[in-house]
Design a protein around this ligand. Sequence first.
Ligand SMILES: CC(C)(COP(=O)(O)OP(=O)(O)OC[C@H]1O[C@@H](n2cnc3c(N)ncnc32)[C@H](O)[C@@H]1OP(=O)(O)O)[C@@H](O)C(=O)NCCC(=O)NCCS
Length: 151
Amino acid sequence: MPLELIKVSTPEEWAAYHRIRKAELWDARGRTSPTYNPNHPDELKPANTPVLLKLNGQGIGTTRLDDLSHGRFCVRLVAIEKTHQRKGYGRVMLEQAIQLALKHGGKEIVVNADEDAVGYYRASGFREEVWDALELNSPIAEGCVQMVRTL
Ligand SMILES: CC(C)(COP(=O)(O)OP(=O)(O)OC[C@H]1O[C@@H](n2cnc3c(N)ncnc32)[C@H](O)[C@@H]1OP(=O)(O)O)[C@@H](O)C(=O)NCCC(=O)NCCS
């Protein structure tokens, strides 16, 4: 399959996962605080599923699907590698993450959207709606717009 969303498992997949996130969500934005931590304990929580979008076997996009319980799933740190952006891959990755959520009983999918990415989520059927105001206090979600898509 040329395009597939897989659960990150091999050392190569973990390396691609962290490389893409650090490049697109930290370095490209000049974000220095908090520093990117590949060993963040959230990566290994059983309710959280790190995934990698592969194109012809190469990782080109990442997100993490967190089960927040009661049918609510969250996509976190969504990123497509710069050279592959605006070619429809982000939409495919989101749809495949949603399929995964549905498989596990998902009723809604939520996100802390970067201001610049609100249009991307809107294009995939998300609406602006506060789903957990407390999350917006965390440094990583500062300035984000909370959005929801009912599944
Ligand atoms: C945001 C991102 C994940 C989108 O992925 P992508 O592969 O570039 O997006 P796609 O080509 O699949 O676009 C899907 C739709 O979203 C729209 N879109 C994509 N990026 C957009 C943006 N930044 N602003 C507004 N709309 C956007 C596209 O126009 C398209 O809509 P259309 O079909 O109605 O024309 C990707 O550009 C990226 O990684 N950006 C840098 C990191 C980032 O901002 N991540 C989101 C953090 S919350």
